[in-house]
Ligand binder design. Structure first.
Ligand SMILES: Cc1cc2nc3c(=O)[nH]c(=O)nc-3n(C[C@H](O)[C@H](O)[C@H](O)COP(=O)(O)O)c2cc1C
Length: 169
């Protein structure tokens, strides 16, 4: 079954990591559908019915984005606010997310040490709110793939990380 990768990156042309990840996934079009929120909606005025219909077609979804201020980019927050509606994602009759598998692929500018306990907060913990949304709506959270130190990526490390991403999801 094909997986839906929902990418939130405000400037993908200037991206190194998220662009590389997308290019790699695109080598397997039978396995992944790439859906770029900024690519389709520069105004972030989402077509809710269209987005819901798209999500309904997939059993597994990966949300891919750069970490912005220790959280999701605001466009993804808006997407979830707009698209995960009462009666669709939750509440009476709201069962469309139920049973889906949802994972995250996240790049961070900060190095790994920044996100290590005890002094740092792990990325998975920072993203607890969005993971909670998925669980609240009845999805199973699968995995978090991360690339740290995105501003200074070693080419070989990025290549290896990109392969791990595809092997994870
Ligand atoms: C508005 C904004 C906020 C950011 N906040 C963080 C942050 O809180 N922590 C962090 O490690 N990196 C932060 N970054 C850096 C991005 O995560 C980093 O540029 C991105 O992961 C690089 O991926 P790319 O090559 O695909 O653009 C921020 C970048 C922007 C533009």
């Amino acid at each position: 079954m094909k997986k839906l990768v929902i990418v939130t990156h405000p400037n993908i042309e200037a991206s190194t990591i998220n662009k590389k990840w997308i290019e790699n996934l695109q080598k397997n079009p039978e396995k992944y559908t790439i859906h770029s929120l900024y690519g389709e909606y520069s105004s972030l005025d989402f077509d809710i019915a269209k987005e819901q219909a798209l999500i309904e077609q997939y059993d597994e979804i990966i949300f891919q984005f750069p970490l912005h201020w220790f959280s999701t980019p605001y466009a993804l927050k808006k997407y979830i606010d707009d698209v995960f509606t009462y009666g669709w994602a939750f509440g009476e009759g709201g069962d469309k997310i139920q049973g889906k598998k949802i994972g995250l692929a996240v790049s961070t500018g900060g190095d790994e040490e920044v996100y290590k306990a005890p002094n740092g907060i792990p990325v998975k913990e920072l993203l607890n709110d969005v993971i909670l949304v998925f669980k609240f709506c009845g999805a199973e959270f699968t995995d978090l793939h991360t690339l740290y130190g995105a501003h200074n990526p070693d080419e070989n490390a990025l290549e290896a990380n990109t392969k791990v991403y595809a092997a994870t999801f």
